[in-house]
Design a binder for this molecule. Sequence first.
Ligand code: SF4
Length: 323
Amino acid sequence: SSIIFEVKNLKKFFSLEHKSVLKAVDDVSFTINKGETLGLVGESGCGKTTCGRTVIGMYDRTEGEILYKGKDIRRLKGKDRKAYNKEVQIIFQDPYASLNPRMTVADIIAEGIDIHGLAKDADDRRNRVNHLLELVGLDKEHGNRFIHEFSGGQRQRIGIARALAVEPKFILCDEPISALDVSIQAQVANLLIKFQKELGLTYLFIAHDLAMVKHISDRVAVMYLGAIVELDESEDLYKNPLHPYTKALMSAIPIADPKIERERQRIMLEGDVPSPIDTPVGCKFQGRCKQCMERCRTETPMLKEVSKGHLVACHLIEEEINI
Ligand code: SF4
């Protein structure tokens, strides 16, 4: 499959008072293939949102390389820049905060259509908006209303319609279902899956727990304190997690079968996620890892391929597998 985004040694640091540095994204490399969903998972504060936003170019002062279809996104100009701004869209966690409360839903959805001059005339614009409303399971009458008149799930549907309006190729899904009721989460996730299939979209899907991305992702990257600690095909990762942090996250997912649930071992994570400010040398997970060794405190483990497509950053795994 062809690569749509290639990220190499990406870093995004924020300078704070007293010479402290927040390493929100600390040397992250990965690729996103055309047509896939790459899940990006981690506890809050791990840098996943900053990472996603850095990848699509929402921040400046970043280090490393970000290639979109082989081109450095920071050097895009003219036609290429316009195409990029249209092809790459975002769906936010909180549509209420990201959608203008004073605009009608129709105008919110049509904003990108107007910016990119996609509609031939007013009729075409209206038809496009109505079609989008219908696509996301809303009524065309909803176009005349305002965002506060809708439920969380409906707002997210409007956010999706707005992103789809400009015929994107890639969507950064920035925790789009995390804030929704559990009963609504699956509906919105299924809608996203459906559009991906029908429109050939590519997603970077950010979420804070593994259970949430399991269903929707082809591959999953697990982030801890600004670094990716493990990346694998979704199914394989759930069957065979290797990094101690992934294992702990995985053991916290409830299993429906009570027998398995009783017999299985819960690996409890000790302590909270440490502050991403002035992180220690060596492995960032050392303070919470039961298997921590001497070298973990001095050497940063690199993300290495342990089997085809399965990457892990852990000295223990490296030594066990002998890579
Ligand atoms: Fe634990 Fe060391 Fe592996 Fe880090 S590198 S996860 S501290 S064993």
